[in-house]
Design a protein around this ligand. Sequence first.
Ligand SMILES: [Zn+2]
Ligand SMILES: [Zn+2]
Length: 95
Amino acid sequence: MWIDHLETIKIRRKEGARKAVETKRKKMAEKNKGMAVENAKVAELHCICKQPDDGRFMICCDSCDTWFHGDCIDLCEEEGELLEDFYCDACLVAS
Ligand SMILES: [Zn+2]
Ligand SMILES: [Zn+2]
């Protein structure tokens, strides 16, 4: 379900949508306090920093479908929204 969400929404444009996700996560965290560590271990890792989606702005490479934190690739959210297609450094080098 979460994967589908990531694939259909390339760039999270809406602040409201993000807040909804954060709220949902907080509720889940409260519900499963004991599970929090377990969940962190299995969290899907993304980006060049190999960290999970932590709620920061992220963008998906249109070629390899890898997600990157805006911070890690020096791309701010405003710039990301202007891009129709985003390709990561690895894909740009390969092309
Ligand atoms: Zn990163
Ligand atoms: Zn790529």
